[in-house]
Design a protein around this ligand. Structure first.
Ligand code: MRU
Length: 353
């Protein structure tokens, strides 16, 4: 499996996703601010992977802390949390992971543990967040495979693969799950301008796995659907509001509208850590706007003239009406999402549909 991110001694190591597929280089982060910078600059990206990176970064930062008393230690931890939280606003997994790490620290303080014991506890919690993500993706893959026809042509947007998670992937996890169940799957990967996650990362992952992959530019999916060459669309998510409205990579909304027009089922695959019941609907999801240079330039070459204005939202929102189902590690949830998504968090796990 692809090594997206790992804790290695006194460092957090991640594959540099800005350089793939041309170069397979690894970045070693030795401090929490270095991890925060790696998230911001998209060395690592994809909602679940961002959450894991933040957790590893916090554990790393606190491992290196010289604080001897828990009060100072907790104050330092809060600073690192604030820094992590400032990196990317849309992927809710980031805030979810920070909250988990905060709860872990609070439990240690409450139990009267020493600073060293709390450091160990934070390491363990970060490892758990990592491992649960891989397990969740695998479960999602098995559930999602049920909606994949025996001989399927699947369109996906952006990269919701092993690189976007701790491993295996969400949307690509569904594809991998279907292949593991013996289904024949051919994938169309939208190139995903401006950062080209589809052309660079999704295609790279799938080709490595021996899964047939055709890269298309973002403006080709309509023609492809009209020619009846797509059976199913599966994408990931950065944040799913309580009513099912889903923020994902810019361009996802257009794909969903086209899929509806051509009567092609459109599925979202995401772990429960991406579902944000505190956000009522898509209008309340913060959308990150990124640097104009991502739009004006491709691979260092300028495409648009200096002086042209640029709009570069990194994500859009697909209204829940367009979504046939939300595939999670606890099964597939369907409309009405206000009820079904709430039930996803109930104990014991609801029976998958
Ligand atoms: O800007 P990115 O590359 O972090 O955006 C990633 C996406 O939009 C993914 O589809 C989403 O995070 C799901 S990843 C399993």
């Amino acid at each position: 499996m692809l090594p997206t991110i790992a804790r290695e001694g006194d460092a957090v190591v991640m594959i540099d996703q800005r350089r793939l597929p041309a170069q397979e280089l690894y970045v070693r982060c030795k401090t929490a601010p270095e991890v925060a910078r790696a998230i911001k600059t998209m060395v690592i990206r994809g909602a679940p992977a961002i959450g894991v990176a933040a957790a590893f970064g916090l554990a790393l930062g606190m491992r290196r802390s010289a604080a001897t008393g828990t009060q100072r230690f907790a104050a330092e931890f809060q600073k690192h949390c604030d820094l992590m939280a400032s990196t990317r606003p849309t992927a809710v997994n980031l805030f979810w992971a920070i909250e988990r790490m905060k709860r872990s620290l609070a439990a240690g303080v409450q139990a009267g543990e020493s600073v060293d014991q709390i450091k160990d506890r934070l390491d363990r919690e970060a490892d758990r967040i990592h491992d649960e993500d891989v397990a969740g993706c695998r479960a999602m893959g098995a559930f999602g495979a049920e909606v994949v026809p025996a001989d399927a042509r699947i369109l996906t947007h952006c990269n919701a693969g092993a690189l976007a998670t701790a491993g295996y992937g969400t949307a690509l996890g569904v594809i991998r799950g279907a292949v593991e169940q013996g289904k024949r799957v051919a994938v169309f990967a939208d190139e995903t301008r401006p950062f080209l996650q589809g052309a660079r990362l999704t295609a790279w992952e799938l080709v490595r796995d021996g899964i047939e992959t055709t890269v298309i530019t973002d403006n080709m999916s309509g023609a492809l659907m009209r020619q009846k060459k797509v059976d199913l669309v599966v994408v990931g998510a950065d944040r799913i509001a309580a009513n099912g409205d889903t923020a994902n990579k810019i361009g996802t909304y257009g794909v969903a509208v086209l899929a509806r027009e051509h009567k092609i089922p459109f599925y979202v695959a995401a772990p429960l850590s991406t579902i944000d019941l505190k956000t009522r609907d898509g209008d309340h999801i913060p959308i990150e706007e990124r640097n104009a240079r991502e739009v004006t330039h491709i691979g260092g070459s300028q495409m648009a003239p200096a002086g042209a204005l640029v709009w570069n939202p990194a994500f859009d929102v697909t209204p829940h009406e367009y979504i046939a189902g939300i595939i999670t590690e606890r099964g597939i949830f369907r409309a009405p999402y206000v009820d079904s998504l709430k039930s996803a968090f109930e104990e014991p796990a609801p029976v998958a549909k």
